[in-house]
Design a binder for this molecule. Structure first.
Ligand code: GDP
Length: 200
């Protein structure tokens, strides 16, 4: 299904977050994991800037998503700053901006955290730490394995290694290049956000 995407704002502090009116999906991952590419491939336009420069943005960028066939927006995407290469608890408290933790812990409309991990490299401790942190805060999360086209015949083995390392039942393979996983991810986003309607 085609969607219309509208950039809402870049927030650098909790008071700048948009009013919590719609179910929200947060996109999280290490710098260079393929987060901008995944968002752009999901919405079909260059909504999020693609860049090879790690740590490009320190804001949370909010986008409103509306199906083309609908007059009402259905969900908000929150594109969080990429984290670095060190372990995450330290990252969260040091190099991540101070408003990320309040966002992840207290944003009332946050329905799903998409944790992006790169299938073309070994499991990363910083990703495990973030997943553990979100689990500890009872945040629903879905781990998405980016750059699945790069894994070739090693894809299933990589997904298994990621599931084991991060202690999750599912790592959804995704490729912004080939479109692998796109329909499945949209279906899951709609399930989660539609279930939340009326509760926001
Ligand atoms: P971000 O820093 O997480 O936003 O990552 P980007 O979206 O800017 O992607 C980082 C690099 O990975 C870029 O060179 C992209 O072209 C590449 N990349 C992203 N997604 C994919 C993918 O699905 N397949 C392949 N082969 N490369 C990808």
């Amino acid at each position: 299904m085609k969607v219309h995407v509208r950039f809402l704002l870049s927030a650098f502090a909790p008071r700048q977050f948009p009013p919590p009116n719609l179910p929200e999906v947060a996109f999280l991952g290490r710098s260079n994991v393929g987060k901008s590419s995944l968002i752009n491939s999901l919405v079909g336009t260059k909504a999020a800037k693609t860049s090879n420069t790690p740590g490009r943005t320190q804001a949370i960028n909010f986008f409103e998503i509306r199906p083309l066939c609908n007059s009402r927006a259905e969900m908000v995407f929150a594109d969080l700053p990429g984290y670095g290469y060190a372990r995450v608890p330290k990252e969260i408290s040091s190099t991540w901006p101070k408003f990320i933790e309040p966002y992840l812990e207290r944003r009332p409309t946050l329905r799903l955290c998409l944790c992006l991990v790169d299938v073309s490299i070994p499991p990363q401790a910083s990703d495990s730490a973030l997943i553990e942190y979100l689990g500890g805060n009872q945040r629903p999360l879905l781990v998405v394995g980016t750059k699945a086209d790069r894994a070739g015949s090693r894809l299933q083995a990589s997904l298994r290694a990621l599931r084991q390392a991060h202690g999750v039942d599912l790592v959804l393979p995704y490729s912004s290049r080939s479109g692998l996983g796109k329909a499945d991810l949209w279906r899951r986003l709609r399930e989660v956000t539609a279930a939340a309607e009326g509760n926001v």
